[in-house]
Design a protein. Sequence first.
Lengths: 332, 369
Amino acid sequence: MKSRFFPLLVTFLVFIAIYAYCYSHFSSFGSMRVVCNLLRDNAHLGIAAIGMTFVIISGGIDLSVGSVIAFTGVFCALMITREGMDPRLAFAIVLGMGTIFGAVMGVFIYYLKIPAFIVTLSGMFLARGMAYVLTTESIRITDPLYIRVSKLVYIFPDKGRFTFAAGAFLAVLVLGIYIAHFTRFGRNVYAMGGNETAALMMGVPVGRTTIMVYTLSSFLATFAGIVLSLSKRSGDSTITVGAEMDIIAAVVIGGTLLTGGVGYVIGTFIGVLLPGVIRTYLTLDGSLSPWWIKIVIGVLLFGFIAMQKLLSTRPRLFSFRRQVRPTNVSTA
Amino acid sequence: MVEMEKQVVAPLDENKPRRTPNFKWSNILRGDNRALWTILALVIILIVDRMVSPSFFTVRMVNGRLTGSLINTLDGAAPIILLSIGMTLVIATKGVDLSVGAVMAICGAVAAVLINRHEAGSDNILYYPGFVIAIAILAGAACGLWNGILVALFDIQPIIATLILMVAGRGIAQMITDGQSPTFSNETLAFMGQGTIFGMPFPVYVALIALVGVFLLVRRTALGLLIESVGINSKASRYTGVNAASIKLFVYIISGICAAIAGLIVAGENTYADPHTAGMWSELDAIVAVVIGGTLLSGGRFNLVLSVVGTLIIQSLRIGLYISDLHPNANLVVKAIVILLVLLLQSKEFKQAIGRLFKPLLKLRAVFR
């Protein structure tokens, strides 16, 4: 087995182990209801995390996603309820704005050589600030389209409600896997994250790819904001504060290396669901204090990073034949 | 003839006693014109503040306490100054410390919980205010040690190594306070945030002492040089005999201690320790201050004084926005724009691009001449 699949395998095994443990305590974990709720509650985090996966594989970071999600929700709510705009038009406008926002950040990062950390941090302040400027109160949306979308559910025999948000999450997941492994852009991202100079020399359009990565991330964050707006049916500028850190943690737990070049979108999917499972367990249990979720996520993060470190420094430990260390460029 | 004179002059220069001082006052603001841009930005923001509020520079003595927007700026900036001092050293080693906000929360929580045991009548000497402060600072140092071990010994990327404590730290702080925000009435601890000496708020002195202390520590000894060498090339400096791991360990511990003191100041100011919001986002403010101060995130050369100037930029901007008529919610937008502007002023690529833009104009001037 290739050692670069190992982190992914461990992520899967840990997920299954934790899920089995939860199932042994609460049999409701076996129902579709819990599964559907997991997908629904983590849909916005997951969609943004898939964008973040590309950013991190390319060797960058995007701190603005949480604020972009919040801004999108507030913008949609304001346009639809105050201005009476058609929701579809509002979605189109906000998606356009998100795309441009990401592209501008990419331009700053690539052409002005300002570190991604600082550029996206400014982007985070800017998006959150714009959301505050629009409004600081929570706005309910009662548009007929929102009602129609909320009725768009598939109900399993055990009353599990497979909602639009869950569907969107899975659709973006499939799209993300496709982009990462079956398109030229995906291969460019992996190549760039592995070694930017080498990628440039091989003819990878590094500048364009950098800009596109941040554009994709902001686009998906905007889409996540729309999904959240549809499922919450409200806009609030104070939501998803600090979500970017949860998202980065999810991506890392999913086996993506922060040094870039290595990672899988499906790993991120598990990385997003894992804290969700623990949260569900704590809610069902009721006697455990809510701060345990943060500590458990910290411990998980540490465990996965330590494991990755062990793998990358001693790759031969886990493969029986002596082999050249696998290159970072994915060939899948 | 002219050339001959030059030749005569040159050896004379050589004969001058050549001093190689390891400390120059001009080093305080060393660096290219980044120092100039940063200080200019502060001056501009202060002038704008003065325009917004005519009484901005007015400082008055009320009840033996200096008051005025300028004093408020310094007072409010003190915790972030402390953070940015530690952060500067960390960033100089090509690292970053995302956990300082959480460490602030932890140390504030530790201090509040312990001091309340003292207030409740416990005789244990460890709960005396002096010891409580020492224990809180030790807790900060322990947090820094944890980060340092992950970065220096396990060789984990700093941003992710410190993310662990950033995520878990708030949980730990909540665990310490049992999910509450404990209030306290101890005067010693409150003095950390509210006290005044000669009319000046106590936190300002703390920040000043920390700045001078760390400055002398890194610039009067070889430590600063070693930190820079580790930041520029960790492996190469290890080959030349620098103990890169212990240097990294050291900077993270310093950062943890600075965060602990900042946490005590904030807790003292509020007379309660809030594990949820204490120090929230202050790590980002500190990083921005350091970057505005011209220390590159890619490590190497650092400048503590300019980091403090960067903090003052952020804080005077914040105070200016509070007293202005501007929409209070526009705060973050203005902050983001100012950060970007300062970074653009410092970006070599941006200046070159602007230079290219103005080239046709220069040609035009040549035509008219």
